[in-house]
Design a protein around this ligand. Structure first.
Ligand code: NAD
Length: 264
C-alpha cells in the first residue's frame, strides 16, 4: 500500500534529530505521500531539523517553543498563509528538569511540576486550539505518551503525572472535537533511546528490562512507532478517537515479570 496520505498536509512538532520518534513517524507519512511542515525548538536544533526536513521535501521549517504562545500563533499564521487547511498534527514534545527524573516523585518542586505539565501536557491542548481552526473538514491530532502514566516506573516521576494528564486530555479533546471530525489519539511507545530518554535515570536498565519481559522479547524500533503513528494520523484509523494505543512489544499486558531474567 502506498500513497495513503497523498494530498494530506501535516505539522510535525518534536524532531530534535534523526533518532526522534517524531522523525520516525514523519518519514512514514512522507513515504505515503504527505506534505510536511516541521517546527524546531531554538537555534541549536535548527541546524539538525532543517536538513532532515529538506530530505523529505519540506519547505516549511519554523521555530516554535510551546512555552511561548506567540511562537505557536506564528506557526499557525504561517501555515494558514501557505496551506490554508491542515489535515494532521503530531505532538512529540515533553520536558522535565533532569535533576528530578531520578529519586522520589514526592520531592518534585512546584516550579518543575508546573513547567513539566505546561510543556508535556498543556501544550497539546494549546496546539489543538489552534489546529482545529484549520481543520474544517476534520483531521487527526496525535501525541506521544508512555506507560509511566499508568503504572509507576522508576525515575519517570513528574513525567508520569504529566503523561497521565496528557492521556486524560486526549479523551476530553476527542469528545470536544469529534463533532467536527477531528480525531485525537495518543501513542504509548515503549522505551527508545532518544535525546529526551537520555535524561531519564537508569534508562539502559529500563531498556533491558523491557526487552527481557515484553511478549515480543525485544524493544520497539523507531520504525515500529513510525508505522503506528502513520496509522493514527491517516484515514486508516478513521473510526478511532480518544484512544491510547500501545506500541511497546506488548509490555503493558504482562502481569508477572520473569523471575529468571539474567543479571541486568
Ligand atoms: P526527542 O528528544 O527526540 O524529542 C523531544 C522533543 O521535545 C524535542 O524535539 C524537543 O525540542 C521538544 N521540546 C521540549 N521542550 C519543548 C518546548 N518548550 N517547545 C517545543 N519543543 C520542545 O525525544 P523523543 O523520545 O522522540 O520524545 C518525543 C515524545 O515521545 C515525548 O513526548 C516523549 O515523552 C515521548 N516518548 C518517548 C519515549 C522514549 O522512550 N523515547 C517513550 C514513550 C514516549
Amino acid at each position: 500500500m502506498s500513497g495513503l496520505m497523498a494530498g494530506k498536509r501535516g505539522l510535525i512538532m518534536g524532531v530534535a534529530n534523526d533518532k526522534s520518534i517524531a522523525w520516525g513517524i514523519a518519514k512514514v507519512c512522507r513515504d505515503q505521500g504527505a506534505d510536511l511542515a516541521f517546527t524546531y525548538q531554538g537555534d541549536a536544533l535548527k541546524k539538525r531539523v532543517e536538513p532532515l526536513a529538506e530530505s523529505v521535501g519540506s519547505e516549511i521549517v519554523l521555530p516554535c517553543d510551546v512555552t511561548d504562545a506567540a511562537s505557536m500563533d506564528a506557526v499557525f499564521d504561517e501555515l494558514r498563509a501557505r496551506w490554508g487547511k491542515l489535515d494532521f498534527l503530531l505532538h512529540a514534545i515533553a520536558y522535565a528538569d533532569k535533576s528530578e527524573l531520578k529519586g522520589r516523585y514526592v520531592d518534585t518542586s512546584p516550579e518543575n511540576f508546573e513547567m513539566s505539565m505546561n510543556i508535556s501536557c498543556y501544550s497539546f491542548t494549546a496546539l489543538a486550539q489552534r489546529a482545529e481552526k484549520m481543520m474544517p473538514d476534520g483531521g487527526s491530532l496525535l501525541t506521544l505518551t508512555y506507560y509511566g502514566a499508568e503504572r509507576v516506573m522508576p525515575h519517570y516521576n513528574v513525567m508520569g503525572v504529566a503523561k497521565a494528564a496528557l492521556e486524560a486530555s486526549v479523551r476530553y479533546m476527542a469528545a470536544d472535537l469529534g463533532k467536527q471530525g477531528v480525531r485525537v489519539n495518543a501513542l504509548s511507545a515503549g522505551p527508545i533511546k532518544t535525546l529526551a530518554a537520555s535524561g531519564i535515570g537508569d534508562f539502559r536498565y529500563i531498556l533491558k528490562w523491557n526487552e527481557l519481559n515484553a511478549p515480543l522479547r525485544r524493544n520497539v524500533s523507531q520504525e515500529d512507532v513510525g508505522k503506528a503513528g502513520f496509522y493514527l494520523l491517516s484515514d486508516l484509523s478513521s473510526g478511532v478517537t480518544g484512544e491510547c494505543h500501545h506500541v511497546d512489544c506488548g509490555y503493558h499486558v504482562v502481569g508477572m515479570k520473569a523471575e529468571d531474567a539474567p543479571d541486568i
